[in-house]
Write a protein that binds this ligand. Structure first.
Ligand code: HEM
Length: 402
């Protein structure tokens, strides 16, 4: 996990420079102009500074994600690999095992709990006229849900939330000392969290329950089981891959709805549009803007000579604005139902948590439109984007409820 987060931070400054954005605020919208320019002028291009290929068009990204023989997910990392950064055959085996914990049956079992958690978070807001959608709902919801699904007991929730907070935090100051201190705290928290997972794994081995860790402990294919360290690593991946992304799905979609308030009004009147609004939110303001692959062998991509070992950054946030697949791509059209967006990836690594994320989004919006017939950006609202090239979302979203 640390490895992944560090590489994101390292690439961050490079990415802001590459997108020619002077600030995160400018980058929030400005990145789409950059994508458009690149799609027109240079859709498959080698960046000499970042030493990687940038891929912007829908069709090229789709081709690459489908060609797993050449374009590998096994980028160099330290430590235990998890399914996200493994190729077949190991990926196929592990994915089959962990998929057992994400079946429609499991999902149906989680639904009432997600309803309950959402309801209690909204009840906690009470009669507040102003609240922060991220702090008060979009952030805690997926963290509590995943803790619940994993089987973290109520009494350990505070520590769990604390580790999770640190995992997604960014350094407050940019001095080398502050950055070193920040990294130290983060490594310590990750170590504590991984130890904690091991503690639950061992408990569930001895005494299985009905939670996800028990399913993972017991899952078996051809007599083969997951090792303890594979389960630990997978739990870490669920936290890293599932929480901030779902927060941003809710936050980004709400922001798109309130940028033009008649959209929220329409959704309130016709709640059956919620699934379609969520898909459009995923397309229009994709929580994950880019994924990466590495070439295993030399490959001639329409005259572009990709060499073995070179990395490719696939800008799915750009593919989702590609006019050849989405007419009027720069407009948020709630009725569009863009099932073919690439926000959850494509091919063998297609997001395992997509149905869960969709369900959480659906339940959150159902409760919000019911509880708040009128919702606006608060006067105190300030655009406060997460500083990242890959992760796309808002750190806060101040709303007024009347
Ligand atoms: C993979 C996005 C929520 C678990 C992926 C990938 C994307 C993605 C783009 C593919 C990465 C690649 O091909 O390199 C998202 C978004 C989410 C979300 C936008 C929310 C809106 C979740 C949730 C979970 C989850 C809630 C689990 C609790 C995973 C896992 C993988 C994955 C395990 C790896 C699958 C594999 O490699 O076979 N996700 N994700 N994600 N996601 Fe999600």
């Amino acid at each position: 996990i640390t490895e992944e987060l560090d590489s994101v931070e390292k690439e961050l400054s490079v990415i802001l420079v590459r997108q020619k954005a002077s600030s995160p605020e400018e980058n929030w919208n400005g990145r789409f102009a950059w994508y458009e320019k690149m799609r027109k002028e240079s859709p498959f291009t080698f960046d000499e500074e970042a030493k990687c290929w940038d891929v912007f068009s829908y069709d090229d990204i789709e081709t690459i994600t489908k060609n797993k023989e050449v374009f590998s997910s096994e980028r160099p990392i330290e430590g235990e690999r998890n399914i996200l950064n493994l190729d077949p055959p190991r990926h196929t085996q592990l994915r089959a095992l962990v998929s057992k914990a994400f079946t429609p049956r499991e999902l149906a079992l989680w639904k009432p709990r997600i309803e309950q958690i959402t309801e209690s978070l909204i009840t906690e807001l009470g009669a507040k006229a102003e609240f922060d959608l991220i702090r008060d709902l979009a952030y805690p919801l997926p963290v509590i849900v995943i803790a619940d699904i994993l089987g973290v007991p109520e009494s350990d929730r505070e520590s769990f939330k604390h580790w999770s907070d640190i995992l997604v935090a960014s350094p407050k100051a940019s001095t080398p000392e502050a950055f070193a201190a920040f990294r130290k705290t983060r490594s310590e928290s990750i170590a504590q969290m991984t130890d904690y997972f091991l503690h639950i794994i061992r408990k569930r081995q001895a005494n299985p329950q009905s939670d996800l860790i028990s399913v993972l402990v017991e899952a078996e294919i051809d007599g083969q089981k997951l090792t303890e360290s594979e389960i630990q690593s997978f739990c870490g991946l669920l936290l890293a891959a599932g929480n901030e992304t779902t927060t941003n799905l809710i936050g980004n979609t709400m922001y798109a709805l309130l940028e033009s308030p008649s959209r929220y009004e329409q959704l309130r009147k016709v709640p059956s549009l919620i699934p379609s609004a969520i898909e459009e939110g995923l397309r229009y303001r994709s929580p994950v803007q880019a994924i990466a692959r590495v070439a295993k062998e030399d490959f001639d991509f329409g005259g572009n000579k990709v060499k073995a070992g070179q990395e490719l950054i696939l800008w799915i946030g750009s593919a989702n604005r590609d006019e050849t697949h989405f007419p009027h791509a720069d407009q948020f059209l709630m009725e569009r139902t863009p099932k073919n967006h690439l926000s959850f990836g494509k091919g063998i690594h297609f997001c395992l948590g997509a149905p869960l994320a969709r369900m959480e989004g659906q339940i959150a919006f159902e409760h919000l439109v019911k509880r708040y017939p009128s919702l606006h950006l608060a006067d105190s609202f300030q655009l406060n984007p997460i500083v990242s090239g890959f992760v796309y979302g808002l750190k806060s979203l101040a709303l007024t409820a009347n």
